[in-house]
Write a protein that binds this ligand. Structure first.
Ligand code: GLU
Length: 324
């Protein structure tokens, strides 16, 4: 069998300044890649042009370099890869898997509500299969003016995550047919990320565990495009002091602002080592010390612990980062 070199990717969406949660995920991703001898590619997920522009073109590469995160090969920008996404859509269309889906959200909700008893607090409405077009002519790819969905057949998708353990999802039940192409003439996230992971030879996806259910959808798209799904390493998210998932809009916690306030890369690495449980308490850590301290058992224990006690970027952490 041909030897496929392992490869991982760092895939930021530059829709706002990078924060400590991004730093944590990217540093762990980098350490895994460097310890295991994987290639590590950088992919800028800038399909959302408006939000990317609004964020002022934050310099992701410069900040990653400051954190000691180096990558291999050329940087890929999704905004420059439209032809690759179109080719993938053609391939899915040739298999009869995608269709034009002009329905509004309200229509989707209404059709779904008609299928089941209403329960308060139900999960978001999956797209009902009853709204698939009956006429075969609509099972095609037309690029513009209409959303396209990919057929998700019922069935359990098992994800054996290296960090988060074994999980089962049924995308047909939770989401229904997923949007793969938007009416603005762009690929949707699920399609773009899968096409790029395939094109870049990504064998190991390391990212935040809010994307764990997406792994099931992406595994299906991978196979439909003739690929083998990658290994998955979903890491716990870092919460902000209020207990919410860190959001890019909280400028005060941006890496750039922390750096201005005196934080060093050594301190950020040291804080992350304490967060993931590789150290009892934060102490400044160089890049090689960080790399050598991260291993899969530490990450699994962190994941287990974080279900009860998530990592919080509290005031004490921030004060320590600033070094005063
Ligand atoms: N670009 C996505 C984000 O920043 C991550 C996508 C992925 O890792 O699959 O949320």
């Amino acid at each position: 069998m041909e030897h496929v070199p392992a490869c991982s990717r760092i895939a930021p969406s530059p829709t706002g300044p990078l924060h400590l949660g991004n730093a944590c995920t990217f540093l762990v991703n980098w350490a895994l890649a460097r310890r295991h001898g994987w290639r590590l590619v950088l992919r800028i997920e800038d399909l959302d042009r408006e939000r990317t522009r609004a964020a002022g073109d934050a310099d992701v590469e410069e900040l990653l370099g400051w954190l000691g995160i180096d990558h291999d090969g050329p940087v890929i920008r999704q905004s420059a890869r439209l032809p690759a996404y179109e080719a993938a859509m053609e391939r899915l269309a040739a298999q009869g898997l995608v269709y034009e889906s002009p329905h509004s959200r309200a229509e989707v909700r209404e059709a779904a509500q008609a299928l089941s008893a209403p329960h308060a607090g139900d999960a978001p409405t999956p797209f009902p299969a009853t709204l698939r077009p009956e006429e075969r002519a609509a099972w095609r790819f037309v690029r513009h003016d209409v959303n396209h969905r990919m057929q998700m057949d019922p069935g359990v998708e098992r994800i054996a995550d290296e960090v988060a353990g074994a999980h089962s999802f049924d995308p047909a039940a939770s989401d229904g047919d997923c949007i793969v192409w938007t009416k603005a003439g762009h690929p949707a996230y699920q399609l773009a990320v899968t096409v790029d992971d395939l094109a870049q030879g990504v064998t190991d996806v390391v990212r935040g565990d809010d994307l764990l259910p997406s792994a099931a959808i992406q595994a299906r798209i991978h196979r439909a495009l003739g690929g083998t799904p990658p290994r998955w390493w979903h890491l716990p998210l870092v919460l902000d002091a209020g207990g919410a998932r860190m959001a890019k809009r909280r400028g005060s916690r941006s890496l750039a602002s922390l750096r201005e306030a005196g934080a060093t890369a050594d301190r950020i690495r040291g804080l992350v080592l304490a967060w993931i449980g590789a150290r009892e308490a934060p102490a400044p850590a160089g890049a090689s010390e960080f790399r050598d301290a991260v291993d899969v058992n530490i990450l699994r224990a962190w994941h287990e612990r974080s279900r009860r006690t998530p990592v919080v970027a509290d005031d004490a952490s921030l004060t320590w980062l600033r070094g005063r």
